[in-house]
Design a protein around this ligand. Sequence first.
Ligand code: SAH
Ligand code: SF4
Ligand code: F3S
Length: 484
Amino acid sequence: MSKKTIVNPKLYEIIENAPEEEVSRQEYFIEKLRDEVEIREKRLGRKLKCMVNTFGCQMNARDSEKILGILEKAGYEEAEDEKHADFVIYNTCTVRENANNKVYGRLGYLGSLKKKNPDMIIALCGCMMQEEHVRDKIKESYRYVDLVFGTHNIFKFAELVVNSIYTNKQVMEVWDSTDKIVEELPIVRKYSFKSGINIMFGCNNFCSYCIVPYVRGRERSRKPEDIINEIKTLVNDGVTEIMLLGQNVNSYGKGLDNPISFAELLGQITKIEGLRRIRFMTSHPKDLSDELIEVMASLPKICKHLHLPVQSGSTEILRVMNRKYTKEQYLKLVDKIKAKIPDISLTTDIIVGFPGETEEDFDETIDLVNKVQYDSAFTFIYSKRTGTPAAKMDNQVPEDVVSKRFDRLLKVVQEISSERMKKLTGGTVEVLVEEINSQLEGYVTGRLENNSIVHFKGEHNLIGQYVNVKLDECKGFYYIGSMV
Ligand code: SAH
Ligand code: SF4
Ligand code: F3S
């Protein structure tokens, strides 16, 4: 059967009339989706609800805001849970195996919901969908999934949904790469006062354990003027804190027609009036420049927090990981940063049980953690990712050994972190109030410049405000405080 004969004539007509230029094209498809939403609303006698479920990193969270933006523009309202949703989309992550398993687990549940609500649309997107074996599994075992797309064609979301509605088949469209960066589609921000902003996409580093370069493609930087304009629009809309996002922000700007450095970009952003806090992540240690340290030290709007993933403290493991720095180089860099920015808060990512990791290698990691004194660290058990060089290494570390090391590391990390946090106890700091505390009645939660969290008595009207809070008590990962 040729493609044309299976196309619904109405869909054929819609596609025939669609504009070429990408932004207008997607706006056109949002309108078409809106028409369909209205038809269904009339039939059901109620509004349609949607649920966007995000797995993975801040990059995915930002993509989800774009997806929600389009769905709301088309007339959907946000559902409280999947049970009450007419459209459910999972924006997936595949950085570790357990991220994948979670998605498969929940897909079964979605299938049972769809039996009760046959109109329900189920969509999957994000990093996991870039993997062929995942797509094969969905084709085979999850036929009730209506739409699958990837990280490179997310801007086509509206068009793909319309396609899926008018075709009685599973629509699966995943691209291997793209050089397009499509701006100016609608977006719904999770918070009114803070926002993530992509400054670049993809990654060129190919750390040997990591799947990200395969699922997110090669590094592409957005133009500085586009970034600045986006931030200005956000600030006009009430945003005061931004988080610049990229897998390796320190190599920002390299491929641009007029290359500029990340430090220069920060310099420009800091001039935007009304903006109060600038954060960024992630920094790869190999590319962290003296210029960036200078800029961080001298520009007060830049939060004194640096997430500097080390991954391992063993120079040999770092070499096999393709991280391009040694333990000594990393420690020297940390010393330099601390000398220039004494109140810097350092956080990191560490992988335990990378293939070939010996007890001595692991001791080096513990030693490094003791030397750096991180404010906090994300610790991960190495997860084998098909297609990466490390997956083919034959000296994988046995599970029980990894698990013992992991517990040992976690203990060290937590002790240091709690010691570091205690140092601020009793002091008064400025915090940005983010939300009502869901556990403690009558409390709100705010974030310090160093990214730590404090809970204190307060009400809804404080959300989005900067207030001074005394840190009364340190509870390990967070503080309990009182507004002064
Ligand atoms: N671009 C960032 C990290 C993105 S992934 C950087 O280079 O720092 C976030 C973290 O997941 C990584 O820092 C790493 O610690 C962890 N990670 C990545 N691949 C992993 C794997 N295969 N197994 C376990 N942890 C992994
Ligand atoms: Fe993965 Fe390394 Fe790229 Fe980070 S820098 S996303 S760990 S390949
Ligand atoms: Fe996961 Fe993709 Fe981010 S694999 S960590 S969601 S870039």
